[in-house]
Write a protein of this length. Sequence first.
Length: 359
Amino acid sequence: MRKLISFSIIVICCGIYYASNSAKITEKYTDFRERGMLLGSDKIGYGGLYGMCYLSDYRQPFFYDIKESDDTLVKNINLYLFCDSYLYYRVTPKHFSYNDKLYKMKWFETETFLSQESLDTTKKNVLVFEMTERYVRSLLDSYEGATNMLKFEKEQNENLKQQENTNSKSLIDKFQEPFINPNINSNLELNLFDYKLFRPLKELKANLNFHIFNRVYDGVFVDTAKQQLYYKPTVEGEQKMNAFYPLDSGEISTLIDNINKLNDFYHSKGFDEIYLAIIPNPVTMINPSLGHYNNLIPLLNSNDSLRMNLIDSYSLFKQNPTLFYSKSDSHWNSIGLQRWLDEFNRKLKLLSQQNKVPS
């Protein structure tokens, strides 16, 4: 009996570990959990930053409620998004005006990358490079990575070679692959401990540590003046995610050069319009006085050499920044996303009307 119990525990632990290494399994299990009152995730229901620190003052409902576009409009635009979590999980084809098809590719996640024979020339093809500010300096320090996210017929031979290399992996590599995931720690925490039934104990511990010992979860920065949580690497530290990390003119020139190379590369593939959309770090907009803002976004937006079109969230949000971001998550809220969509859909309207394509 003891051996059976021990064996069962080992099997369960291995199953949890395997599931936590699989993004698809974890995502499906999380969706299932949200249907149960006590099984739901605090990180999803109240924001990722709250789900890290569990400070009760910042427990606020976190969800998206955005309107769909007019479905009766002519659909003469195909939209391609190179995006991150600000858009990837939030938008569908129905949120974009004049959109016939929507293709979404997420930075760093190769399984979302796309390969197709060619663009549909009966439609207007639009490409958007969307990225949060904290990733700009790593994503655009070169341009080759972004050219691999969408491949066309001429690159198929290269794809076949890559496939051959994948197929030639050793048995050890094939065995290890399902058990190696850079997000394993956060996924294990999500699947094992991130349940609403544990919330009272977590909040009690977090509140005591913060209010008595001034200690908080290491990945979270608490802005008590603005009553706002920030993702700590965007506020402190010697890394380029930090909005206050020094930025020199040489790096700006490199970023501009790489953006222009991407612009030219994808125009050569047949795209009609290409846009750059940098979503500012919350701290950049809400409380830049916490440090000396490096002005990354304004410097890029105002550079005369930039050839790619802009969707300027910085200017959109500057008038009333606290309105557009969640206090308990590192992302924008419904108002921020809707404001961005409204601005972009205005551009799509002009594009559709000025460049009618026969159906």
